[in-house]
Ligand binder design. Sequence first.
Ligand code: TLP
Length: 343
Amino acid sequence: MGFLVDLRSDTVTIPPKEMLETILEAELGDDVYGEDPTVKELEELAAEKMGKEAALLVTSGTQANLVSIMAHTRHGDEVIVEAESHIYNYEVGGLAAVAGVMPRLVNGEMGFMKPEDIESVLRPENIHFPKTTLVAIENTHNRAGGTVITPKQMEAVSEVVKRHSLKLYVDGARIFNAAVALNVKPVKLVEEADSVSFCLSKGLACPVGSLVCGSKSFVERTRKIRKMLGGGMRQAGVIAAPGIYALTHMVSRLKEDHENAKKLALGLSKMDSISIDLRRVQTNIVIFTLDNLSVENFVSRLSERGVKVSAIGSRKVRMVTHFGIEKKHINYVLDVVKEVLEE
Ligand code: TLP
């Protein structure tokens, strides 16, 4: 039997009915006036989960990164980001175009920028140089294959960051995947960070929304910047209610997505003409290279058989497991890939 299996991203998840039902029950108000009780409840819950003083509901992960960078920096500052990071690669250059900061790239190892590599690009005080103010970490790291940054790695980065009086921000779009994979509370992953954002609309299966968490004064700055960017929302409780449901019901099930990703990766690793680094398959993302087949061709032939996947550049393919994808779908995808490769 054939299936329709969409592995392009965990952003394609359809929310469960119980989650959508919370919208009808949500108490609403105008959040620009600070009067939506459901938004307030979600923001308090998010802050508590991340061990920070306060949180702000924003429209997307991209907006979360932008308002956070803007709140931590001034125009002309330099921000250290990993070369393959989402902020640098997939956010329409917003950090330069809107935040007005200069990205300084550091190559990571499996998404992790080593402290000595960060330190090596820091500039001494000099009239010619921009001021470096911020280091941004991505956990899990998307383009590295959903790899996790551990509390120990965070500690090591934080030592350099603090010694040079910089700020540390975590793009934690998938921080709950990292926490579940490492079997730690998310707060352990961001203790050292000044701020963190996470997405509701990826593995947590919400229709929309991200949260930015940090100190009270930082979050107040992001609130004003969000308004400036047109992100002040009115009865945003309709977005917050699913978020509350997600944080209480959708986190622990992420381990199923990780198991499915491992099963998928293992199956793919046994096929000729696929190269995959299994060490990188730590959460719900599977990235592999096709040795002698065009990615474009592969993606379209899979799609003809009901399997949607993403191309990353001309050589790599990404598959992401998520809510709604079960073992039977993984078996189906493996059969389809085998068939396509044998054609
Ligand atoms: N990533 C999306 C695409 O934009 C590539 C995906 O399908 O993985 N940080 C990280 C680490 C992300 O992976 C993403 C989304 C974002 C931020 C931005 O989130 P949204 O899409 O809500 O703006």
